[in-house]
Design a protein around this ligand. Structure first.
Ligand SMILES: [Zn+2]
Length: 138
């Protein structure tokens, strides 16, 4: 009986996109899904402990995650400020005193998720470019 080949999603397939997105949300390696990608809060491991995938291959590889964090946090802040202005009758000082810490906490919460998503985007880009070291495992 011939060995059963492990099926892995092809680069650019919707299945690979879903798999990598799920792994990004779980903050695990986009290639194998086994290794955690963080050493501690917002500090990426150099490489996956399970499959060896390098998470930061070049200087500035995480710049996109900083832009993503800034953009999403700004949308969150505008939404929060608009909703609180619309629903509550507070002074400007109260708006600032209440919404500023909430926005800061949101930003701190979103940063590692943004980094994880960006590792996935980087991985999918390399998969789409046909890099030979990209070998997604399901
Ligand atoms: Zn891995």
């Amino acid at each position: 009986m011939p060995p059963v080949e492990e099926r892995s999603p092809r680069a650019e397939s919707p299945a690979l996109l879903r798999l990598v997105a799920l792994r990004a949300l779980k903050r695990t390696c986009p290639q194998c899904g086994e290794g955690g990608i963080f050493l501690r809060y917002a500090r990426l491991r150099p490489a996956c402990t399970a499959c060896g995938l390098v998470f930061r291959r070049e200087q500035g590889a995480q710049t996109g995650s900083m832009y993503l964090t800034a953009a999403v946090t700004q949308v969150f802040a505008v939404t929060l400020i608009f909703l609180s202005w619309w629903m509550l009758d507070w002074s400007v000082a109260t708006y600032v005193a209440v919404t500023l810490p909430i926005v800061a906490l949101f930003c701190a919460w979103f940063l590692p998720l943004s980094q994880s998503l960006w590792v996935g985007v980087d991985y999918l880009t390399d998969a789409a470019n046909g890099e030979d070291w990209v070998q997604p495992r399901s």
